[in-house]
Design a protein around this ligand. Structure first.
Ligand SMILES: Cc1cc2nc3c(=O)[nH]c(=O)nc-3n(C[C@H](O)[C@H](O)[C@H](O)COP(=O)(O)OP(=O)(O)OC[C@H]3O[C@@H](n4cnc5c(N)ncnc54)[C@H](O)[C@@H]3O)c2cc1C
Length: 570
């Protein structure tokens, strides 16, 4: 199953262009699938209510076997794996719905599911050969083996290209001998099937499918964590582990690209989990606020609590819109969804963190007490901005990968200017694009009247992002790679614009399907999200280049050198 990377909605946003035909109308799940998933989720809800005790799992630090068994029975462990390999053959949309439901039950269960399906099984599905798929996927979809993804090492976290685990071929070329230590591996303790990334003799990175019962593979440590305590996070030692050459995942030497592409699925799943958590917390907090009485009134009547509940609701709405738009584009082989998956991961992990914090605040002192669910939720939510690539790394990726093609294009134009007569085609194309970009603003036609203000805001900011991106590339050239402050601002703008796009499309499609009166609430959510996103975009644009970046750097350098925040006190 090959994925051809072509159009990217986010790359287009950086170029001042809106991929209207892809985003409008908002995608829809197949009716038949919606029914199937609905029944499965009902069954899970019933099971989890009766049989799962998240507080106990948190205390004991493990997911009971019957929970994993039920996930396998319901087909969750292979929900988006084709039936030919023992899966349920449903879509990525369904995969995200399951992830949401599991996250509502417990974040450890969702983490387990994400590593198993998105990182291991999907890795084999998209990068393995037919034999590997036939051999390993049925074991994973049935839950006979639990999947894990082993990239991180003690000295290689955000920079996985520096991994040291080695893979040396035997003389006859039939095997590779793996040596090294992998760190923080989710599901590592199950000794099921690992995707291990190692450095081969050509000094390139290669992925291997490594069965957990391989001689020399040991689980040397189970980490004790702040949250998601029931999920297994382990250190894996590979001591002369002999792996057959036919277990190479994809092409030898292409492991880094494969490892990163696999994470596209993981990040989208993670974002879906955050969305499920966010919605559940919004329900929980609003329920609490309507029952808790202070000053003779339910606290939900007070404006400062209303503001929090509204914030939780419109963020959840935006998160969900972004996740399901991305789930839908992830299945179109003509589209590249890596930036959108990264955007979803960043936005939803931070959204959940804000929402968890607000839910705890609404619960007041009770929120801080272990007997209530909030403190666990806050502990559990914290990991999402760290694993599957920290949000700092996501932001660098979103902007640098997002603007790369524009940079390459401008470089070609720059070269063409040096020899204009032999490059008339390039220059003519550039001149036309420039005129179009500067004069003609992208328009989204046919949006419901009630959302015309939001449509205009989106069009204006996409236009401005296109112009500002070009200006920045021209100004910094290759040096943009070192300017993380600017990268962060550009990516934040793209993140919010993608959120606006998804939310606008969804709300407009809802209005057209159900009528304006029926979706008053959703219209309000859309408007509130636009107000919120606009504030953030404006802020980033205003100090994109005129800022105090140098002051920040000099403060930080001083602090790092002196190991103190400051020296004097008067
Ligand atoms: C519970 C848990 C489960 C995990 N599961 C898995 C798994 O299943 N498989 C797996 O392979 N890994 C897994 N990981 C590892 C995880 O992906 C890494 O911890 C993460 O990528 C960060 O790496 P690091 O911890 O080494 O931090 P570092 O890379 O040391 O980063 C430290 C800080 O510096 C920042 N930073 C680093 N470089 C830059 C830069 N260039 N610019 C700006 N800031 C920068 C980071 O954002 C971070 O804030 C897991 C980790 C945890 C905690």
């Amino acid at each position: 199953m090959e994925r051809r990377a072509k159009i990217s909605i986010t790359k287009s946003l950086f170029d001042g262009h809106i991929e209207k035909n892809i985003v409008f109308p908002f995608p829809k799940q197949r009716e038949e699938e919606r029914e199937i998933v609905g029944e499965l989720l009902e069954a899970w809800k019933k099971f989890s209510k009766e049989k799962i005790n998240p507080a106990k799992m948190d205390e004991e630090g493990r997911i009971p076997e019957n929970v994993i068994k039920e996930m396998a029975n319901l087909g969750f462990l292979g929900i988006s794996i084709p039936e030919d390999y023992g899966g349920a053959g449903l879509s990525q949309w369904a995969n995200c719905q399951v992830m949401e439901a599991l996250a509502v039950t417990d974040a450890s269960v969702a983490t387990f599911f994400g590593a198993h399906l998105s990182l291991c099984s999907k890795g084999i599905l998209y990068h393995g050969n037919e034999e590997q798929k036939k051999k390993f996927l049925p074991l994973l979809t049935g839950g006979e083996k639990i999947g894990a993804y082993a990239l991180t090492e003690a000295s290689a976290g955000s920079d996985p290209s520096s991994i040291k685990t080695s893979a040396k071929p035997t003389e006859d070329g039939k095997y590779y001998i793996l040596n090294g230590t992998k760190q923080f591996i989710t599901n590592g303790g199950y000794k099921g099937i690992y995707l291990v990334f190692a450095r081969t003799e050509d000094d390139k990175i290669t992925g291997f499918i490594v069965p957990g019962d391989s001689e020399g593979l040991t689980v040397s440590k189970e980490e004790k964590k702040m949250g998601i305590k029931a999920s297994s996070t382990s250190e894996i030692v590979l001591d002369n582990v002999k792996v057959p050459s036919e277990n190479i995942l994809g092409e030898k030497g292409h492991g880094m690209r494969i490892a990163l592409e696999i994470l596209d699925w993981g990040r989208l799943g993670l974002a879906a989990g955050c969305t499920g958590g966010a919605k559940a917390l919004t329900r929980m907090a609003s329920d609490y606020a309507s029952q808790r009485v202070q000053f003779g009134s339910p606290i939900s009547n007070f404006e400062l609590i209303k503001k929090k509940i509204a914030h939780m609701a419109f963020l959840s709405y935006a998160m969900e819109s972004m996740v399901y738009l991305t789930a839908s584009i992830s299945e179109n082989p003509d589209l590249d969804f890596s930036l959108e998956s990264s955007i979803c991961k960043t936005f939803c992990s931070e959204g959940l963190w804000e929402i968890a914090n607000e839910a705890l605040q609404i619960a007041g002192g009770y929120g801080y007490i272990q007997e209530y669910p909030y403190e666990k939720v806050v502990r559990d939510a914290r990991i999402n901005t760290i694993f599957e690539g920290t949000n700092e790394i996501q932001r660098m990726f979103i902007s640098l990968y997002g603007i790369k093609e524009i940079g390459d294009y401008l470089k070609r134009v720059g070269k063409a200017i040096q020899s204009p007569f032999s490059s008339l085609g390039v220059l003519k194309d550039f001149a036309l694009k420039e005129v179009k970009k500067r004069i003609a603003k992208e328009k989204i036609e046919g949006i419901s009247d009630v959302l015309k203000r939001e449509r205009k805001i989106l069009e204006d900011y996409v236009h401005e992002l296109g112009l500002r991106t070009e200006g920045i590339i021209k100004k910094y050239g290759k040096k943009i790679v070192e300017r993380e402050y600017i990268q962060e601002r550009l990516s934040d703008i793209a993140i919010y614009l993608y959120g606006m796009l998804a939310t606008l499309s969804r709300t407009d499609t809802l209005i057209k399907t159900k009528g304006k009166e029926a979706c008053r609430h959703e219209i309000n959510l859309c408007k509130a999200f636009f107000f919120h996103a606009r504030k953030h975009i404006r802020h980033r644009l205003s100090y994109l280049e005129r800022n105090i970046d140098k002051t920040w750097s000099s403060i930080s350098d001083w602090v790092v050198e002196n190991k103190e925040p400051y020296k004097f006190f008067l």
